[in-house]
Design a protein around this ligand. Structure first.
Ligand code: 5GP
Length: 190
């Protein structure tokens, strides 16, 4: 079942009937597949520069995220969408860039501020990090406060998330740090 209410809503469904991207001014969505139920409310805060869609998943069986597949976690990072963003062949809303890293707005924000901070060097995930990556990973972490300040969440606070593999629901096999803020985040994050 698919129910959409509201205006300017745009929903893309994959072949497995999962919501993979949404933009709307105000809408409610309920989607039931054979294994999973979703009930979602979306709000775009017009007073905020960031278009904000809050998506709540209520799953009857298991929670899954589009793109989280065995194949995806085995992908060569150089074949991922983030490789194309780094080389500039796919556009992004850039927040910060230097020789070692790039930060850009997530295409499907889960909070008013949702930035992805990535190394320019291809590292598949935190599982692939070795001593040789220590410097670049250290540099990445030191850029977080700068990005938080650019996004005006340095005082209110924020959360860093690094998803790894299937259980971590990593969908893009290029190491990235999610920087989430601009609203009260919940705990536990499951
Ligand atoms: P992961 O699921 O691997 O932890 O996070 C991948 C993130 O990349 C997701 O939050 C997803 O919304 C974001 N993403 C996927 N494709 C694109 C894209 O083409 N552009 C941007 N800006 N973000 C993307």
């Amino acid at each position: 079942m698919l129910l959409v209410r509201g205006t300017r809503s745009l929903i893309y469904l994959s072949s497995k009937q999962q919501i993979i991207n949404i933009s709307s001014s105000s809408c409610k969505v309920a989607l039931t597949t054979s294994s999973t139920s979703f009930i979602s409310t979306f709000n775009n805060n017009q007073n905020n520069n960031n278009k904000y869609s809050q998506l709540s998943y209520y799953s009857s069986t298991k929670m899954s995220k589009p793109g989280v597949t065995e194949a995806a976690v085995k992908q060569d990072p150089r074949d991922t969408i983030f490789a194309k963003i780094v080389e500039g062949s796919i556009p992004c809303k850039k927040v910060y860039e230097d020789d070692d890293c790039l930060a850009f707005d997530d295409i499907s924000p889960q909070a008013p501020v949702h930035v992805l901070l990535i190394p320019k060097h291809p590292i598949g995930g935190i599982n692939d990090a070795t001593e040789e990556h220590a410097t670049v990973l250290g540099k990445l972490m030191t850029k977080v406060p700068k990005i938080a300040k650019l996004k005006d969440i340095d005082h209110s606070g924020y959360r860093l998330v690094v998803n790894e593999g299937i259980h971590g629901q990593q969908s893009v096999r290029w190491l990235h740090i999610h920087i989430l803020g601009g609203r009260q985040l919940n705990w536990p994050p499951c």
